[in-house]
Write a protein that binds this ligand. Structure first.
Ligand code: NAD
Ligand code: UFG
Length: 323
């Protein structure tokens, strides 16, 4: 049984689909602060399989402990948290409470229930200002905002935990920019209010919910002057969690892995690609740079690729034929 905190959210819902498709049983634990229970019904429709759903908050130790025990959880994939960079600067304590205290409470509950496998959603934001590109996992870490600081703090907490008890199995996944949606069109990203991120904003312009996109800066040192990022399809990201679970199952460890493609695209590249996909022009205007933005970055995805290759080459038929 895989226990998925934040499983009703954007990345969590896509990961639940892949977990169910791969034959896992799944319990979603979510307080629906940034998602809708409808997403869970859609997951069941896509997969034709049932999920167990527990409405609860990762800041509540009693709820968590009961949920871990009653579900029979063997491993946790931990998506639950708050993720808006600007909001984290306005409400730092709320971010520390949800992201840091919530994760601490989760780890304590896991420890007391002897569940010692966790995959954690970290972010490329922990690399801070690039000292070299592409970012390898060994790039120095720093935070330029409160959200990033909460991710960095949790990463350190997980590493300290593993140092104290090497029977834990911990996967820290540093996501680059997740985009896209499941091919069925039944689940996707549904931000509340004004989207902060590029692709949900572009999508809302395309359907007429917003008049135009502000392109934040066209004077960066990039091929067309707009910001360059490493966009990874959310289903590929979801599959990265299954690969991480497989690797953790093989042996206890604390591993940190980038999940990106290694290829950078500009804001205008993304707008043009979306125009082609939807067959409509996307209105945009150039606006001043957004505070805190970096011109360009992308992942070095070699480690994730090597892990996948090592797993697949040693287990060509997956678990179905043991060696
Ligand atoms: P999301 O907001 O769509 O999903 C998060 C889910 O967690 C939501 O369903 C929300 O209701 C739930 N949740 C929040 N606080 C909770 C709490 N205290 N108790 C229980 N449930 C709670 O976000 P997402 O884009 O799917 O991101 C998932 C994770 O990945 C987050 O930890 C985020 O920081 C991280 N991440 C996201 C991105 C991105 O660009 N989307 C990039 C890097 C890392
Ligand atoms: N952008 C616009 N207009 C918009 C929104 C974004 O031009 O309305 C531009 C940004 O300036 C940037 C690019 O589009 O150049 C991507 O911006 P996003 O806000 O979509 O993503 P970020 O790279 O700023 O950050 C995202 C998540 C963070 C996460 C980081 C990890 O928001 O939480 O990816 O790499 F930490």
């Amino acid at each position: 049984m895989i226990f998925v905190t934040g499983g009703a959210g954007y990345i969590g819902s896509h990961t639940c689909v892949e977990l169910l498709n791969a034959g896992h049983q799944v319990t979603v634990f979510d307080n629906f602060s940034n998602s809708q229970p409808e997403a869970l019904r859609r997951i069941e429709r896509i997969t034709g399989k049932q999920l167990q759903v527990i409405e609860g908050d990762i800041r509540n130790p009693a709820e968590l402990k009961t949920a871990l025990q009653t579900s029979g959880a063997q491993a946790v994939i931990h998506f639950a948290g708050l993720k808006a960079v600007g909001e984290s600067e306005q409400q730092p304590l709320r971010y520390y409470e949800n992201n840091v205290q919530g994760t601490l409470t989760l780890l304590q509950a896991m420890q007391s229930c002897a569940v010692k496998t966790i995959v954690f959603s970290s972010s490329a934001t922990v690399y801070g200002i690039p000292q070299f590109l592409p970012y390898t996992e060994a790039h120095p870490l720093s935070a330029t905002n409160t959200y990033g600081q909460t991710k960095l703090t949790v990463e350190r907490m997980l590493q300290d935990l593993y140092r104290s008890d090497a029977t834990w199995r911990i996967g820290i996944l540093r996501y680059f920019n997740p985009v896209g949606a499941h091919a069925s069109g039944l689940i996707g990203e549904d931000p509340q209010g004004l989207p902060n991120n590029l692709m949900p904003f572009v999508a809302q312009v395309a359907v007429g919910r917003r008049e135009f996109l502000n392109v934040w800066g066209n004077d960066y040192d990039t091929p067309d002057g707009t910001g360059v990022r490493d966009y990874i399809h959310v289903v590929d990201l979801a599959l990265g969690h299954l690969a991480a679970l497989n690797r953790l199952q093989a042996q206890p460890q604390c591993m940190t892995v980038n999940l990106g493609t290694g290829i950078g695209y500009s804001v205008l590249d993304m707008v043009r690609a979306f125009e082609q996909a939807c067959g409509k022009p996307i209105a945009f205007q150039f606006s001043p740079r957004r505070a805190g933005d970096i011109a360009s970055y992308c992942a070095d995805p070699k480690l994730a690729a090597e892990h996948t290759w090592r797993w697949q080459s040693q287990n060509p038929q997956g678990y179905s034929i043991s060696h």
